[in-house]
Design a protein around this ligand. Structure first.
Ligand code: SF4
Ligand code: SF4
Length: 386
């Protein structure tokens, strides 16, 4: 039976597996943009709701604005909406004026065919936009929505490191936060320490990218060998899920499934009686540490993220670009890094800005030919359209 967990201080009981609606099944028509395959998406969403998944996550911008509509249409049938929790997000970049914030929420409610949201998040808070979010009093706008009954909880999603996360968490009594965590990002994105901090504050924790955009679902042979020795027969996907479910403070883990088969397999994993808080033994944790080392040895650019090359006069975020490129090479899959890179482009920090001034390379302790490597990375990462 699906496992359920407490959701911070809100009193929700949520399924440990949540459905992320960022990667719904698509129809490819040869153009740069692929539309959601509605029939397949309805089937997937309804199958999830009918088999114990009660947490659905979407966003104003997913699938070019269509994800909320598809989710709303799928859940409108047979009273499913009332049985589940819907979380969605509004990004700062859609809030051109203060009145946009309400207009965007109203559009979201229409698309989701509901008159309230269970959770409303500020999408993608970062160290770079946090100052503007505070200055424009966006949380106060969200509080008004909550007082009017349009939303029931306020949260944020975050990609980044511990210090900025600490600041954001300390600033406001958030109901929830959504963070990236997986067995490769334990010490990079939001860390175990951050998860504990949020849990101690009664802030519900929703984990995204437990499989790193699907990359951890298929393991290379040396990783498989470690897995097999540590627990014979346990698949790579289950290892990745166990890693995040081990944290007692985690409420739900989002997975962007695209087929009913993936959904059924994941439901089976999340229904195992021995999977839950503190489910990993010391030996299993050690196996995961070695798995991380193997993945890291498959790195294409030996960037250590030391940031000695920064600041770049053109504002290129050199280590971030290399990190995304390494991720794509490591997994042989660029979908996820390309999507992240789209945000880097929007922030004006992508590799195309490099003017080949040569200032950075002499500062690099790894002797990376930075400008040339940035050009290679840009070719591999550009072109994502959402
Ligand atoms: S070479 Fe490119 S990345 Fe390096 S400092 Fe100059 S503009 Fe920035
Ligand atoms: S100096 Fe070199 S190793 Fe350090 S962040 Fe820049 S590119 Fe990476």
């Amino acid at each position: 039976m699906m496992q359920y967990r407490a959701y911070g201080k809100l009193g929700y009981e949520v399924s440990a597996l949540g459905l992320g609606c960022m990667r719904l099944p698509r129809l490819y028509d040869g153009s740069a943009q692929a539309r959601v395959d509605r029939e397949k998406a309805y089937e997937l969403i309804r199958c999830a709701a009918d088999h114990g998944v009660n947490y659905f996550d979407t966003a104003f911008s997913y699938h070019n604005g269509d994800s909320e509509s598809v989710l709303g249409e799928a859940l409108a049938a047979d009273g499913r909406r009332a049985r589940v929790k819907i979380a969605t997000k509004q990004p700062l970049r859609a809030m051109h004026t203060q009145s946009d914030i309400r207009r965007n929420l109203e559009a979201t409610l229409r698309k989701l065919r509901t008159d309230y949201l269970d959770v409303y998040l500020i999408h993608f808070i970062s160290a770079g936009n946090w100052g503007e979010i505070k200055e424009r009093k966006i949380i106060a706008e969200f509080e008004r929505f909550r007082a009017e009954g349009l939303i029931r909880a306020i949260g944020f999603s975050y990609h980044g490191s511990l210090p900025a996360f600490r600041d954001i968490l300390a600033y406001y009594p958030w109901d929830m936060c959504q963070v990236q965590q997986n067995l490769l990002d334990v010490d990079k994105e939001v860390t175990a320490e951050a998860i504990r901090l949020a849990g101690d504050k009664g802030c519900a924790l929703v984990i995204m990218e437990p499989l790193r955009g699907g990359g951890l679902a298929v393991a290379p042979p040396p990783v498989l060998e470690i897995y097999e020795k540590a627990a014979a027969g346990r698949g790579a996907v289950e290892w990745a899920f166990r890693h995040v479910l081990d944290y007692p403070a985690v409420s739900t883990v989002l997975s962007g499934m695209t087929t009913p088969e993936q959904l059924r397999e994941n439901i089976a994993v999340f229904s195992r009686p021995d999977i839950g808080p503190n489910c990993l033994s010391a030996a299993e944790k050690d196996a995961l540490r070695r798995v991380k080392e193997v993945y890291e040895s498959l790195t294409a650019v030996p960037c250590t993220n030391c940031e000695y090359c920064l600041p770049c006069p053109q504002n290129v975020n050199i280590p971030d670009v290399f990190d995304m490129y390494n991720e794509g090479v490591m997994f042989g899959a660029f979908d996820q890094p390309k999507r992240k890179y789209m945000f880097t482009v929007a922030a004006g920090q992508d590799a195309s800005r490099c003017a080949a001034c040569g200032e950075c390379a002499p500062k690099c302790p790894q002797s990376i030919p930075i400008s040339q490597t940035l050009a290679t990375a840009h070719e591999a990462l550009r072109g994502w359209i959402e």
